[in-house]
Design a protein around this ligand. Sequence first.
Ligand SMILES: [Zn+2]
Length: 264
Amino acid sequence: MPELAEVEYARKRWNPGLGDELLAVELHEKKRIFRGTDTRALRRCLVRQKFLRSEARGKQMLFVFSGDNWLGIHLGMSGNLRTEPARFGPGVHDHLVLRQGERALVFRDARQFGRVRFHHGKETPPWWNAIAPEVHSRDFSKSALREFLRRHGRAPIKAVLLLQSGFPGIGNWMADEILWRAHIVPHRRAGELSEKKLIALWRSTRFVSLASLRTIGRDNSEPPRTWLLHDRWKREGKCPKHKIKLRRETIGGRTTAWCPRCQR
Ligand SMILES: [Zn+2]
């Protein structure tokens, strides 16, 4: 599933269309990704409007159009964005196509865990404002982190890191990377972290999110070889530091990898 850096990269795939007007909007209105969305309004309002800018926040993206029109996209498990030539014919999973004079902006989602939302109005959409502060922003402070961990004190820290209400954009691989760097064992209860571990967690959360935005998020390049990420998918994956075999266990419903020497 795309996490914050992959989402940031995906957002920019529509950049070739910035500044250009939409000539037509094609969509599969019965599809689950449009649940709760007024697809007729989406179609009616967006035609003849200009694509002005976009933004990513956590796992969500916002595309802003002239005339006070806002399009929200969540990629879910398998969604992706791309740009196609103007004469492109959509495939069965291309559920939203925004046509411009010189190209088509396409959202594809085969498994349909993604979501498309539309808002027409002067102010930013309420669902956009409701997203928790980003983990690389100033609002993600040590005291905010302390309070969030206290509220979820009984849950394993790995499961808490996956909560979008506290760690927007963090998913399975980033959570493992963060805990490995902070030397925290993933099944430790969130309420049982020492102050020292809490600060280490805060630091590594910021580091992992910023460094992945600078690599994956910028141009889809890989983070350095020293990251856990490269080994955690491998069957015989080893700790980049100790070269000992990583442990694996399901925590918070997700396969979790960690180093028994780094993380105690
Ligand atoms: Zn290790």
